[in-house]
Design a binder for this molecule. Structure first.
Ligand SMILES: [Zn+2]
Length: 185
């Protein structure tokens, strides 16, 4: 008799446990679905970043500085490829971010360089082509910051002088979790 009660107890608790786990699982799946719906990856620059990029080029030109944009939106594949550079493939290390870890992957970052008087691209941050005794590179960075960009040259952990980004208050972690900045139509 006592054994029968014991067996029934086990059966009932198994059913309860099954139902609880099943419902919980449903709930988790719903959560994931929600994230995936929000998490569509962009395929180009955010329109506001694009507009500010053009404004940056314009304002630099007015100061006698020719800017070239060397990077903008980057696919996850391209980011992973860049990450391998200097690690498993030839060349210098150019990034610490793997696919999904860079603002470039969300269309929120651009990289710039300068075109010097000879018409060549330069990454010389002390170049002063407009002869105003200020580094052209810093002048461009300042225009960028004035337009609302964060400049990689201000970072403490590692300096990324060509890099300008707009995070719209979102961390990489939030972007990876599917949050996206609003786009005003
Ligand atoms: Zn960059």
């Amino acid at each position: 008799m006592r054994l029968t009660i014991f067996i029934w107890l086990i059966i009932i608790s198994s059913i309860v446990l099954f139902v609880v786990l099943y419902l919980d699982n449903e709930h988790i799946n719903e959560g994931n679905k929600q994230i995936e719906e929000d998490a569509e990856m962009p395929d180009g620059l955010h329109p506001e970043v694009e507009a500010k990029r053009d404004e940056l080029l314009q304002r630099a030109e007015e100061k006698g500085i020719e800017v070239i944009i060397t990077e903008g939106f980057r696919t996850l594949e391209r980011q992973d490829e860049l990450y391998e550079q200097g690690r498993t493939t030839e060349g210098d290390i150019v990034t610490y971010a793997q696919g999904g870890e860079s603002y470039h992957n969300y269309g929120l970052a651009i990289d710039f360089a300068l075109i010097n008087q000879d018409g060549n691209i330069t990454w010389n941050t002390s170049y002063d082509g407009n002869n105003n005794e200020k580094s052209d590179w810093v002048e461009v960075a300042e225009i960028g910051k004035d337009l609302g960009f964060e400049w990689g040259g201000d970072w403490n952990r590692f300096k990324d002088y060509p890099h300008l980004q707009m995070d719209f208050g979102l961390s990489i972690h939030e972007l990876q979790n599917g949050k996206r900045p609003d786009i005003d139509e």
